[in-house]
Design a protein around this ligand. Structure first.
Ligand code: SF4
Length: 422
């Protein structure tokens, strides 16, 4: 492990508050450390070859059992609690509306994305099934057990959506198909629609067509980086990782053709060194293609190559959250907005009163993602605390209340406009 002194969470958030945006120069990932050959590709898990017994709760003090997709998948802690296979409660949330599933193998993900807790460079430190991902642990569960529980009464399920997250692994394409088939064989996709969070690096257009034919509803590409330079630095050559910006766009455009308008999109992480103008330009491009953007606020994930860097300042995040919502759901265009010389939003392109209405509604500040059964602009994929701690919420997994909105306004530096104000 490199000897970088990692500022603790408080120091990082202090760092964050000092600059009101994360500049490109400040967001350089550290270099991945080489993994001893005897620890690569899940060698110790495969050598021990322990048989899994039902649900496996991540525990870095134990050697993980030998679990593989499509028999096993991992799921978010929120989904495990909502499914009733793990005890616990979430701060201010009853449940999550999305059953987020993740393919799993002892070899783990073969990519090395700098901000990700699952990345290959962590092989020496943690078995794949014990790595944290978007700030939480991901229990491993037999697919048949999950399907058994949900198939009892899909219409009454708390889940409005299921999502299969692919990783970079030789089996990933085939096992995504296998998991989808096991699900749709017993659960009607009309009752609980399915999203695919794809891994373009191993995919072709034919793979996209196949998933559509098997009943997938929405196809998303985890582009994550807002510019080619940040993509390369955080997911490509910069960190000895195989992903290419061009390949991600090839599959994204195939998804547009195959899944159609409003049924495809991209994940984007805000605060890895892009300007607000650059990320909103990308959002506008997706809107013009007929797709949606699903936003994540950069958080220094423990164990990642960026865990020494500041989380996205809330000022930057709120400006981008609001502007993205206006572009994606309110028909505003980026050329109606104004930006300062650092590419920060200074005008949202709406009359003050209209902007007031949008802010007061609060939906713009909720987690963005694939829709549920409430509204098109309310995400089922609420990812509770996936990009921020409960003490400083970035993406709200529930409707912000008056107190939350007061805080959001302070972060936006947009005071409440009263009727009598000039
Ligand atoms: S936003 Fe959609 S594709 Fe992305 S993780 Fe959520 S459900 Fe999956």
């Amino acid at each position: 492990m490199s000897c970088v002194k990692h500022p603790d969470e408080t120091t990082r958030s202090v760092l964050a508050t000092q600059a009101d945006y994360n500049a490109y120069e400040a967001m350089q990932p550290r270099a991945p450390s080489p993994t001893p050959p005897e620890l690569r590709n899940g060698a110790r898990v495969k050598a021990a070859d322990q048989r899994p017994e039902g649900v496996y709760l991540p525990n870095n003090n134990l050697l993980a059992p030998h679990m593989r997709s499509p028999e096993y998948v991992q799921m978010s802690t929120a989904a495990a609690m909502t499914l009733g296979i793990m005890p616990g409660r979430m701060h201010r949330c009853e449940c999550t509306r999305c059953l987020n599933l993740l393919l799993t193998y002892p070899e783990g993900c073969r990519a090395n994305c700098a901000y990700c807790g699952l990345a290959r460079h962590r092989e020496a430190e943690r078995d794949y099934a014990d790595r944290n991902f978007i700030r939480v642990d991901w229990p491993a569960v037999p697919v048949e057990q999950i399907v058994d529980i949900v198939a009892r009464d899909p219409a009454a399920s708390p889940f409005h959506r299921m999502c299969i997250s692919m990783i970079t692994h030789p089996r990933s394409d085939a096992d995504t198909v296998a998991v989808l088939e096991r699900w749709t064989r017993r659960i009607d996709p009309a009752a609980i629609p399915v999203s695919i969070l794809s891994n373009p690096t191993t995919m072709s257009r034919e793979d996209v067509v196949r998933l559509k034919d098997l009943g997938a509803d929405i196809f998303t590409v985890a582009l994550d980086a807002a510019t080619p330079a940040i993509f390369d630095r955080t997911r490509g050559k910069g960190v000895e990782s195989p992903h290419k910006w061009s390949k991600y766009w090839e599959i994204l455009l195939a998804a547009r053709d195959v899944f159609g308008p409003q049924k495809f999109g991209a994940h984007i992480i805000v605060g890895m060194g892009e300007t607000e103008f650059e990320v909103l330009e990308l959002v506008q491009r997706l809107v013009d293609l007929g797709g949606h953007s699903h936003m994540f606020c950069f958080f220094p994930e423990k164990g990642s190559l960026m865990d020494h860097l500041p989380a996205t300042p809330r000022d930057q995040w709120r400006r981008v959250q609001l502007a993205r919502y206006l572009l994606d759901y309110r028909g505003v265009r980026i050329d109606q907005m104004r930006f300062d010389d650092r590419g920060r939003v200074v005008d949202y392109g709406l009359p003050r009163e209209e902007l007031e209405g949008v802010i007061a509604e609060g939906i713009a500040f909720r987690t963005s993602g694939c829709p549920g059964k409430f509204r098109e602009d309310v995400s089922a994929c609420d990812r509770p605390y996936g990009d921020s701690p409960p003490s400083d919420i970035a993406s709200f997994p529930f409707q912000p209340n008056r107190g939350d909105l007061r805080r959001i306004r302070r972060q936006l530096r947009i005071p409440v406009v009263r009727a009598e104000d000039p």
